[in-house]
Design a protein around this ligand. Structure first.
Ligand SMILES: NC(=O)c1ccc[n+]([C@@H]2O[C@H](COP(=O)([O-])OP(=O)(O)OC[C@H]3O[C@@H](n4cnc5c(N)ncnc54)[C@H](OP(=O)(O)O)[C@@H]3O)[C@@H](O)[C@H]2O)c1
Length: 325
């Protein structure tokens, strides 16, 4: 019998159950993937805890994975059984041995990209693509601040920013994580658990401050992030690792220097097949050229997804984490 992770009520990692789940036959426009590797993301924790509500319960979990197409539904023309594919969108349920989803969410995997690498970077790498190349189209020469620079998205962003000729100032919470971010191409790193981030950014930039701040930490860093911007610059708030930013009085953007703020998501950027394919081909080109290398620092059996999420929430992980079905 095949297995999946599901949860019947929201809560801590203990709500995750490893249960029997027969593979679901694909309906029209759908395909079924036999997962070879599954990506772990902080977003999965928001879903498990209820910060991001699910359509119904019990629910599957996870939205990133890679494997082989093992069945296709009526009307699917761009995929066949046996194709190597990866995905980062679609219905929850990637934490499973088999996942059935709309075929237009699947992209073909180049031979040079392994299943494990794809599972470790589809969601995180496509996110980095839109943040660095679309939300603010960096040209090279800019200075940016990137929080949690040794994490899954952060590790890819450090390398991609270096390739673009952008000076990325990373923040991390330990010397080991700082060293990792530097190895990945961060120009400078600030330990935000000990140092005054605004003062350090001022020193590092000779008072000029940053063109863009990328903030996925949320509640704890929101105001600091605004203080690290040049006037009339862009604050990209794209996550809530420390809690959601809420109750914002827009007047703060005036006081902090006529700033711009955006709260983007991958689904808002990869919202058509054409856009998804364009973003994925750019990510795969970065992987194939060696400019971005995906660091799979943790591997867990699928059955231990709760333990893996616990480690991620407790800041014990670096780079990417994958689950093996
Ligand atoms: N909007 C989108 O499209 C999108 C897509 C993908 C991911 N994201 C966001 O990007 C962020 C990174 O995702 P990821 O999966 O790659 O995770 P990750 O960066 O590997 O892990 C989160 C990191 O956040 C830092 N952090 C700061 N305060 C924290 C706290 N109170 N609790 C836990 N961690 C804290 C930790 O690094 P330090 O120990 O160095 O502080 C931790 O390692 C998440 O916020 C996620 O929601 C957004």
């Amino acid at each position: 019998m095949s297995k999946r992770i599901q949860f019947s009520h929201t809560g801590g990692p203990e709500v995750l159950e490893f249960v029997d789940a027969p593979p679901v036959a694909p309906g029209p426009g759908e395909a079924r993937v036999k997962n070879a590797a599954i990506g772990l993301n902080f977003i999965d924790i928001y879903v498990r805890t209820g910060l991001y509500p699910t359509p119904s319960l019990p629910s599957g979990l996870g939205s990133e994975g890679a494997g082989v197409v093992d069945a296709v539904g009526a009307g699917v023309t761009h995929l066949r059984e046996g194709d190597r594919v990866a995905y980062a969108q679609g219905p929850l349920g990637a934490y499973a041995q088999y996942h059935t989803l709309p075929a237009d969410k699947l992209v073909s995997l180049p031979d040079a990209v392994s299943f494990e690498t794809a599972a470790a970077c589809m969601l995180k790498g496509l996110t980095t693509q839109y943040l660095l190349r679309q939300t603010y189209p960096l040209k090279g020469g800019e200075t940016i601040l990137w929080h949690a620079a040794a994490g899954g998205v952060g590790s890819i962003a450090c390398q991609w920013a270096r390739a673009l000729g952008v000076r990325l100032i990373g923040t991390t919470s330990s010397p080991e994580k700082a060293a990792l971010a530097r190895r990945n191409g961060a120009w400078e790193v600030i330990d935000y658990s000990r140092e005054n981030v605004v003062e350090r950014v001022r020193e590092l930039t000779d008072g000029a401050m940053c063109d863009v701040v990328y903030d996925s930490v949320g509640k704890d860093t929101w105001e600091t992030s605004l203080d690290c911007l040049k006037p009339r610059s862009l604050m990209v708030s794209f996550g809530n690792a420390s809690g959601a930013v809420d109750g914002v009085n827009l007047g703060i953007l005036n006081r902090k220097g006529s700033q711009f703020v955006t709260r983007p998501s991958l689904n808002g950027y990869a919202d058509t097949r054409e856009r998804l394919e364009g973003m994925a081909s750019e990510l795969f080109a970065m992987l194939e050229s060696g400019q971005v290398k995906v660091d799979i620092a943790q591997r867990y059996p699928l059955a231990e997804a709760g333990e893996a999420q616990h480690a991620l929430a407790e800041r014990r992980t670096t780079g990417s984490t994958i689950l093996l079905p």
